[in-house]
Design a protein around this ligand. Sequence first.
Ligand code: IMP
Ligand code: MG
Length: 338
Amino acid sequence: MIDLADVVVGLAWGDEAKGKITSHLSSKRFISGKPYYDFVIRWAGGNNAGHTVYVNGDKFKTHLVPSGIFYGVQSVIGPNCVLNIDSFNQELDYLKESGFDTSLIKVAPNCHIVKDEHIQFDRDNLAVKLGTTSRGIAPCYSDKAARVGMLAKDALESEVIWDGNLYGNILCEGAQGVWLDINHGNYPYVTSSETLPYAACSIGFPPQKINDVYGAAKIYDTRSGEDPRFPSSLLDDPVLSRLAEIGSEYGVTTGRKRKVNWLDLNMLVKSINIAGATHIIISKCDIMKELDIYKLFYNDERISFNSMSDMQNFITNTIKSSCSLVKQIRFSYSPEGL
Ligand code: IMP
Ligand code: MG
């Protein structure tokens, strides 16, 4: 039985710097020097995700392997994930060449394998209509649900297969975000898995073990992929385009330009409450400060502020009065400054 599970979840449409938060948390040590977490485990999605993390000043990009690998923590791809074997092997090589201990990386036996035909179907049928990442995610989860899928235990070498032995402290690393969850997002403009903490229990522990839930948010909203909530006219707005440029809003996985809009604070309050977030980390404040224009949407109004601190105070007060589980709210000014 495990001691506790902390969870990192995206509170928007993905790209909220979950990787940086997970990486920061994974580096946590007891006074003895022993890593605080025994495992860092992904619970959903596949290589549609993309994490950019900085370790000792060096930049690393991953799609599948949990960020615990950068700090010598056992890193597991859970049973509710889907795995592209080529992408996985490339990532193993890349991490090994970069000096990380890849023997710590394991895959749950029941994780489903993304096949070439899944990728082909996604490219031909879903990529344009839904703006998917074309990684075969939806067809792979379809096969899983239809019970005709291929499992990791039948496709990978036995030494990489996880023995399922869970103990100690676990950090559950989310992928995508609350509004891409298949049950809670704007269906069909969602991904094919469960991105909320309720699904972290698919790793194999009871919900009572969930302790802190770190919610990653951004001071403005971004969306890669199709979504009527984010019309393409947003790309023509000169101020928002400038924000996108300063913030390098391009997908880590697809390289696509993300649509940017002012923060919808009602949606953020809702996602904090559905996710049960206890700690909120709001990033990209430095980007908005550089733009020096401060706006957000709240209760159908667009509100402007004179300064970053005025806007942050408004966000803090709104969250504190609407989200009873929240213990701490932090704003980050730079990607490395968490
Ligand atoms: P799929 O997960 O590739 O099927 O894509 C479904 C939707 O989720 C599309 O709108 C994608 O752009 C979006 N999506 C999937 N993964 C990510 C992610 O890691 N960050 C941001 N958006 C994502
Ligand atoms: Mg990402």
